[in-house]
Design a protein around this ligand. Structure first.
Ligand code: HEC
Ligand code: HEC
Ligand code: HEC
Ligand code: HEC
Length: 144
């Protein structure tokens, strides 16, 4: 009796821990490259990929940590540039093939299909942050 109560309590505990892990984490563009080389290679040639370097090299404005909210991924200098996950959401929970192949599952696990709103979070029209009109051709090459 005692043992089976322990098992049930354990299962509840696991469920509780599981739900608090809903916070997805960032894995970095290199991990997406494995399966999305077309998008990766073309993204690498865009200004987004070099956004951290650009801000640090600026002679117009003094670089500090506040720049990273737009000039890096997840405000993290180690995730340098506006990477895949800055637009598509942190990938820890959608990156596996079985989930990625199923669009609905991927979205349920944190994948974002970017819209104008996504661009607006950084291209907010204030200061030098010019607005940009949503256009998928501006971000990287596409399969079709
Ligand atoms: C293990 C391989 C794999 C990895 C790693 C992977 N993906 Fe995918 N991804 C796929 C497959 C397969 C599809 C579905 C077919 C397709 O669109 O290429 C897909 C689809 C997508 C889509 C299109 C969703 C749609 O239906 O429009 C996006 C966006 C995406 N992945 C982004 C990412 C990002 C960002 C990363 C890194 C954080 C990543 N993927 C990592 C395999 C992978
Ligand atoms: C709210 C988001 C945001 C913040 C915060 C931000 N930037 Fe930018 N930055 C942008 C966007 C968006 C662009 C691209 C604008 C365009 O469309 O040309 C840009 C472009 C730039 C450029 C290249 C274009 C130019 O005008 O020279 C430099 C350099 C730059 N930012 C430096 C910085 C520095 C340094 C900081 C911190 C002091 C900073 N930015 C903070 C969003 C931001
Ligand atoms: C996480 C912040 C962020 C998001 C989200 C974002 N951008 Fe940017 N974008 C920047 C920054 C920062 C720059 C400036 C990079 C540089 O000059 O080094 C930039 C530059 C650009 C440029 C180049 C402008 C030029 O002067 O040549 C284009 C085009 C662009 N973004 C389009 C988009 C589009 C379209 C979206 C939405 C699908 C988007 N961006 C989403 C931060 C962002
Ligand atoms: C500035 C935002 C932005 C960045 C950065 C970005 N993407 Fe995308 N991505 C988009 C947009 C916009 C679409 C098109 C969505 C649509 O068709 O409605 C897209 C579509 C995709 C698709 C769907 C298939 C296709 O070819 O259209 C995949 C896969 C993908 N991105 C992977 C990546 C990977 C991998 C990276 C990093 C190397 C990346 N993306 C970086 C905005 C971005």
């Amino acid at each position: 009796m005692k043992a089976s109560y322990g098992l049930v309590a354990g299962a509840f505990l696991l469920a509780a821990v599981g739900s608090s892990y809903a916070q997805h984490s960032y894995i970095g563009a290199e991990k997406c490259k494995m399966c999305h080389k077309l998008q990766y290679d073309s993204w690498l040639t865009t200004k987004h990929a070099k956004a951290t370097e650009t801000a640090k090299a600026s002679t117009k404005w003094k670089f500090d940590a506040s720049c990273l909210s737009c000039h890096a991924t997840n405000k993290n200098e180690a995730l340098s540039g506006v990477q895949c996950e800055a637009c598509h959401g942190p990938g820890s929970d959608y990156k596996t093939m079985s989930i990625m192949k199923d669009r609905e599952k991927a979205i349920a696990n944190g994948l974002i299909i970017p819209t104008q709103e996504t661009c607006n979070s950084c291209h907010d029209g204030k200061d030098h942050h010019k607005p940009v009109k949503f256009d998928r051709e501006l971000v990287h090459a596409h399969k079709k």
